[in-house]
Design a binder for this molecule. Structure first.
Ligand SMILES: [Zn+2]
Length: 162
């Protein structure tokens, strides 16, 4: 990163805890030489860590306009489904949100469900199938848990749909 390149973050559009829309603030705390960034919900005070995937790449020339364009270029899908490992149902009820970007063949997102089951599934590092409410099976790999342990981020090599 060049020194004159600023960091821009995509504001989460929804609190993962209470589901309130667009009432999320950025909090900073300083630990020794490190600044820790957290999102904080104005409605329920739930806090969660800012991850690298929240970062928006800004080109210096286009500047802030890229942020608006970026938002329009992403689609969010929310629903409830299940998780399969091979042919077996690993977790029969999960909530999901999938983020799909127009210019990417991949998607990211998060799922919420039973903490113990997700911790085990996440620890295996194996590919799972997220069965969406429209029946589509999206291959996903759980990457890391958010602070609440019930919510896991995932990467997918596919999109549900664009
Ligand atoms: Zn909240």
């Amino acid at each position: 990163m060049s020194p004159d390149q600023s960091i821009a973050l995509r504001l989460p559009h929804q609190c993962p805890q209470c589901g309130q829309l667009a009432r999320v603030n950025l909090r900073t705390s300083v630990k020794a030489q490190t600044v820790v960034l957290k999102w904080c919900c104005a409605a329920c005070s739930y806090e969660w860590l800012v991850y690298g995937q929240d970062e928006v790449r800004l080109s210096r020339r286009a500047g802030i306009r890229d942020v608006a364009d970026f938002r329009e270029e992403a689609r969010y899908r929310r629903g409830h489904g299940s998780l399969m490992q091979g042919d077996a149902v690993a977790l029969d009820h999960v909530g999901y949100e999938i983020v799909e970007r127009r210019n990417s063949a991949n998607s990211t997102g998060h799922i919420r469900g039973d903490a113990k089951a997700l911790r085990w599934l996440g620890s295996t590092g194996r590919e799972l199938l997220l069965v969406l409410d429209n029946g589509k099976r999206l291959p996903i790999v759980l990457t890391h848990a958010r602070g609440d342990d019930l919510t896991w981020e995932f990467d997918s090599s596919e999109k549900a749909h664009w």
